[in-house]
Design a binder for this molecule. Structure first.
Ligand code: IMP
Length: 429
């Protein structure tokens, strides 16, 4: 089998889920045998809209709503318990989603209530300089992996291994004043976690035999589609550090997890919004704090699906785009939410950063604080493109804008999204 990759080029929230659904339902119909997430947990909010019904996933890959495709949660994702069982799966089941093709790697780790409690306490301790995350406990849970006492899905299925991990975690976490109560909680915690294990059991697979089986049962040109959660600028090692998420979310991480090389990919598509947004505290060079930014926020419905927070909006950040292309060796772009720019008389693109007199054409490895945007101006089209499905139906100014992005990026755009519905898409191929 081959691999395909869907990455996001900035700070997330560029309608990756819509694009993945379009690929699964149309362009790669029947070829994708498994769709896998390889980072993050319920800090992500992926929304697909099909036939007017909105499907929102957090832990799960959006492919759960497509019959005939395995949805795989790969190692180094986190599974957020109990949210998965108490909220996400029941809400999806009500919309008719079935979970018969859900596969969860046994080697995946967990986010638990104590991680959310630790994040809350840490944010309180930091006060004004807090990291302003999604409050889902993502940082503390990834921290447990590097500190080597994280609880894996495999542990939840093995009472003896689990007991040791629970005791270790209680010993360590109860040293935090606000979590001292955990010392009395061993029995209750064991019971609760074993119960999660039983709920997970029907979906659990061991990664390598599972991938071997997929390979064996399918044709050479069938695909495993890897979907990144969040976006290049939220990777733990991105220029936005420390205002980043805590997972590795690059091509490098995906190849490590799946034990493949970049050559095993047929394509790696970067989903790039026609303007740029960011939710949460960080340096955001192209941020618009004026009424243009507010207009983009309103028309683009730029409110976090997970946290409900308004997203900051700005012009397309080119150096960040180049960073994502470089890091993930992207082969194509898919441009989303073009229609949100419909009303603008003038549209700017940040082509470079000016960092204290030095011109940077790609985001630096660390720190965006002193980066001032250098803009290039484009005439807006001021006509509606919403719902357009053919390239030739776009206004010439919109084509000029897209062609510039392609030339600037150095890779072609293969499609454009002009609305939330899966089929409000121009496909070029
Ligand atoms: P954490 O992932 O909860 O640690 O949050 C760290 C930062 O990443 C915060 O600024 C979040 O708003 C941001 N973030 C995390 N997940 C997403 C996402 O799926 N979309 C956009 N921003 C995200």
């Amino acid at each position: 089998m081959k691999f395909g990759g869907v990455f996001e080029t900035h700070w997330g929230d560029s309608a990756k889920a819509k694009f993945v659904l379009f690929l699964l339902r149309e362009i790669l119909k029947g070829r994708v045998k498994a769709c896998a997430r390889f980072n993050g947990a319920d800090n992500a909010g992926n929304t697909g809209k099909e036939n007017g019904v909105e499907i929102v996933v957090h832990n799960l890959p959006i492919s759960v709503c497509v019959p005939g495709v395995d949805s795989f949660i790969a190692p180094l994702c986190l599974v957020s318990l109990p949210r998965l069982f108490s909220n996400e799966m029941p809400e999806l089941a009500e919309k008719g989603v079935r979970f018969d093709r859900l596969r969860i790697a046994k080697e995946t780790f967990t986010v638990l209530q104590w991680h959310r409690d630790i994040e809350t306490l840490e944010e309180q301790a930091l006060g004004a300089t807090k990291r302003d995350g999604t409050a889902r406990g993502i940082g503390p849970a990834y921290g447990d992996i590097t500190r080597k006492y994280a609880i894996s899905v495999a542990d939840l299925l093995d009472p003896d291994a689990l007991k040791i991990k629970v005791q270790e975690n209680i010993a360590i976490k109860s040293m935090i004043a606000g979590l001292a109560y955990l010392r009395r909680m061993e029995n209750q915690t064991m019971k609760e976690f074993l119960n999660y294990g039983e709920q997970l059991r029907p979906f659990v697979v061991e990664t390598d035999p599972y991938l071997c089986k997929l390979n064996h049962e399918n044709r050479d040109d069938d695909l495993i589609l890897l979907q990144q959660a969040q976006g290049a600028m939220l990777d733990i090692h991105s220029p936005s550090y420390p205002y980043v998420s805590s997972s590795g979310m690059t091509l490098h991480d995906a190849t490590k997890i799946f034990r493949i090389t970049p050559d095993d990919f047929e394509f790696r598509i970067g989903v790039c919004k026609a303007y740029t947004t960011s939710v949460g505290k960080r340096d955001f060079p192209t941020q618009l704090t004026d009424k243009i930014g507010l207009g983009l926020q309103t028309r683009g419905a730029e409110f976090g699906r997970t946290s409900g927070r308004p997203r900051d909006c700005g012009w397309l950040d080119g150096p960040a785009l180049r960073h994502a292309i470089f890091l993930n060796k992207l082969t194509h772009l898919f441009i989303t939410k073009l229609d949100v720019l419909d009303q603008e008389p003038e549209i700017l693109v940040c082509t470079d950063y000016d960092r204290e007199g030095q011109t940077l054409s790609r985001a630096p490895r660390l720190g965006l604080g002193n980066c001032r945007p250098v803009y290039r101006s484009f005439k807006g089209w001021q006509k509606t493109t919403a719902g357009t499905r053919k390239l030739e139906d776009l206004p010439s100014e919109a084509r000029t804008y897209l062609d510039f992005i392609q030339e600037y990026a150095g890779i072609p755009y293969i499609g454009v999204s002009t609305g939330a519905d899966t089929y409000d898409t121009i496909w070029i191929g």
